[in-house]
Design a protein around this ligand. Structure first.
Ligand SMILES: [Zn+2]
Ligand SMILES: [Zn+2]
Length: 147
């Protein structure tokens, strides 16, 4: 499954004329294999053993390239670090208030909200974001263990 996604992603890279460096390949592979929506720092920490000469700036630079060709989405949350998401199909996020974990879930795209917003405000809508917040299963378990 993820092998195939990696191959498709590599093809997209090749077709867009982007050079595939070993580090770029590793960043992409890491993102495809993780479900946790990591920050650039997380990715750096995960890969620094493999690429001792790589800097956080290199990770950022690679993420920017991957974002520009549409392989990666950047999720910004106010002042906290951006998270990166390799799942570029339409999906929504639920976020844990306690540990900050972000989990994907699918729900029919809320097109009606977009067209209603356009009608009411006269905006030309480009996209929307919806986030649900709560406490993840791990954090719920930690809580019960404490009592
Ligand atoms: Zn949690
Ligand atoms: Zn996601």
């Amino acid at each position: 499954m993820s092998e195939q996604r990696l191959r498709e992603a590599i093809d997209t890279l090749k077709n867009s004329g982007v050079r595939i460096t070993p580090q770029r390949h590793a960043v992409l592979e890491y993102l495809l294999n993780t479900m946790v929506h990591p920050t650039a720092d997380d990715i750096y920490k995960a890969l620094e053993g493999k690429f001792p000469n790589m800097s956080v700036a290199t990770v950022y630079n690679n993420l920017r390239v991957l974002r520009e060709i549409g392989l990666v989405r950047e999720l910004t949350y106010g002042d906290s670090s951006s998270r990166f998401d390799c799942n570029t199909t339409e999906h929504y996020h639920i976020i844990c208030d306690e540990c900050g974990k972000i989990v994907d879930f699918h729900y029919p795209t809320l097109d009606e909200v977009e067209s209603l917003a356009e009608q009411v405000t006269g905006f030309e809508v480009s996209h929307h974001r919806m986030e649900i917040y709560g406490k993840c299963e791990d954090c719920q378990q930690l809580e019960t263990q404490k009592h």
